[in-house]
Design a protein around this ligand. Sequence first.
Ligand code: C2E
Ligand code: MG
Ligand code: MG
Length: 756
Amino acid sequence: MSEAESSIIEHVSSVEDSPLSKTGESIFSQLLQRLLAGRGIKLGDEIEGNGSLEILLENSPDAILLLTAAGVVVEANPAFCQAYGWTRTELAGSSLLSLVPEEYWPSFSEMLVGFSSRDQDSPVEFSNDYMDFKAKAKDGAILSAECLLSPVWAGGERRIIAVLRDSPIDRVLIEQLKESKDHYLALSETITEAIFRLDEDFNIIFVNSGVKNTFGFDRDELVKRKFSVLFPEEVFAKHLDEFRKYFIVDDQDRLALGLKRTIELLGVTKNRGVTPMEMSFGNSRDFSGRTLTCIIRDISQRKTMERRLRHLAFHDKLTGLGNRDLFNEDMKAFLSESILGNGRNAALLFLDLDGFKHINDTLGHSAGDELLVETARRIRVCLREADSSYRFGGDEFVAFLPEIFDSQRAVSVAERILGAVKLPYEVTTDSRAKTRVEIGVSIGVAVMPEHGEDAEAVTRSADIAMYCSKEAGRNRVTVFDESLNTKANESWRVEQDIRTALVKGEFELHYQPIVAPTGKLLGVEALIRWRRAGAMFMSPGSFIPIAEQNGMIIPLGAWVFRRAFIDLRRLERGGFGHIYFSINVSGKQFEQPDFVRTLCDAIDKAAVNPARLNLELTETTLMSNADDAVVKILEIKNRYPAIMLSIDDFGTGYSSLSYLSRLPVDILKIDISFVRALHDEQNRKVVNSILTLAESLGINVVAEGIETVEQLSYFRDRNCYGMQGHLFMKAQAIDELERRFATLRAASRAAESHAL
Ligand code: C2E
Ligand code: MG
Ligand code: MG
């Protein structure tokens, strides 16, 4: 309701409530009655003789004429003479009509006739007795006024009193007010909110029927009762001062005084239920003093909805744990209430499940979801009531322990969680079969304020510690310390540097030949090099592991494929289309669910011959998730049967023979460490058994890191398929490689022709 509207309502309501209005008479006649009543005269009384008429005429601020029933002026009061400029003598005996412009004569005559036929007690009627009146002033001006004609008896004769006002009450306004009042009443009856008008003692002086919906009371049960019955005692007492302010402070001043537009509080319904309500206010004045109008609505549904929305916004739908936003909120609240230090510490546990992705990928998402829900439950069980747990997304959980003395309790909670998560889970696979799975969790612990004074810092520290748990072999607890931070900072810096290096083109692919014992060129292995601005080449051994850790290996690996495909086409054009290109694929790259698709897309896009490609995957990569590896390799081979697969660094990991036989492997690359230790009898036995195993499986062997002629002879004597090492050539940039290949080819052609 607008302010204007409410003030009209107040105005109309006050007319309604005034005792004068109860008779249904016009406001004008009410005024006249008041005027006369102030002089002890009642309208229609015999007034001559007590002198009251004279007093009335002399003192009234209104212009008044006393007329005979025929409309002849008997008396004019000073206010009339002053307003119209005529003297009393000039007026006495003249006809009213002589004072009125001609066009008004008919209506005046008609009214005078009506008066003369009226008896003494007939009531004054607004519509007949009240009229617009134009009267001539002595100076010729026509003045507008409103005229009320009332019959009186004086000296046994009928007289007419004409009261003229030059400040007419606006009838249109009155009509509008009445209309607004009706409108207001209709409106207040149709809305479901409760509308109250209160006096200054908080008595209810008006209430609409919406109170039934809101409070369950009928309006009659509340009118004249105390407003306080609608609230719990303490709630009303708490808000009383505030209500008082709303009584006296106008709308526009409220904000300046810190008063709200609406307030929320608890109300009491008829059946004694306590319900959240919202109240808005409008104050005003009426005849009896200040009043306060308030609209009260039941907001229980809205509150429930808000609670639900808040819950949705701050909780993880799957596990019901709080989410990252709730964690931030809780931390804000915790830090504003608590002073940490001096033996008062808090701890944050950052948890990340080990190999969750694999379970999700192999057993299906519903199994993954079940596992997450159960993990959330197990984490909660390990915590105290004051502790809280959150899911940050994926398989990341956080536990917050607000009260610890030192990191020891945090570590023991973390270890308890470790033990709980370790227990087998029973999950349902996509094919609805129940299956048991086991999983581990890597946990990082950080203590507040030592390892971070705010939410962001402590989370980061716990996150770093968690990564260290992963690196150290997973399924363990690491407590943060500063040295970890340095490591993490370095990793972060390298991440940023790789990003810019990719853009700036600081990476290069160099190629190292792989040759047969006969000296025939079989292929080249692509080895990445990073020419950091102003620095020497950086060896892949120093940045590939970091790139694997921070995920930069994915864009980097994609770049390697693109670059290698360009160089492959170049060597093809240069007459080296028969050799293969070995490309190293990182474990992190291979475990991407879309690895196969990305690879195939890249091959198609570059239009390279798949028969010329050799993917090098380390033994550890393939065996750490052997089932997944078999599926992916078969998918690739299915699409491109001629593509080759090498197991890199063979012998350094653990290969399950059963998997090896299931994988369509083309080449085993004996790790450089075995080649270097050929002098060792034990080592030679291992090398020999690898060669025998490969032969029995029909797999070729390439020996890596051949540096000496002895090493060359050893493998040549055992019919090794290929050799790679500095003895033949170090890895070279493509230009240099092409140049050297051309030279070698020219030399061998010369030797051939020489032999001929
Ligand atoms: P790797 O795939 O086993 O590559 C063979 C490594 O042995 C290369 O080291 C190569 O330069 C080195 N090497 C070859 N012959 C000899 C020799 O006679 N003596 C010695 N001392 N070393 C020899 P590099 O280039 O430093 O690469 C190290 C590792 O980095 C690679 O081992 C591979 O795992 C990884 N890497 C290199 N390039 C890439 C790449 O493009 N992508 C991925 N994911 N990893 C790569
Ligand atoms: Mg390799
Ligand atoms: Mg290798």
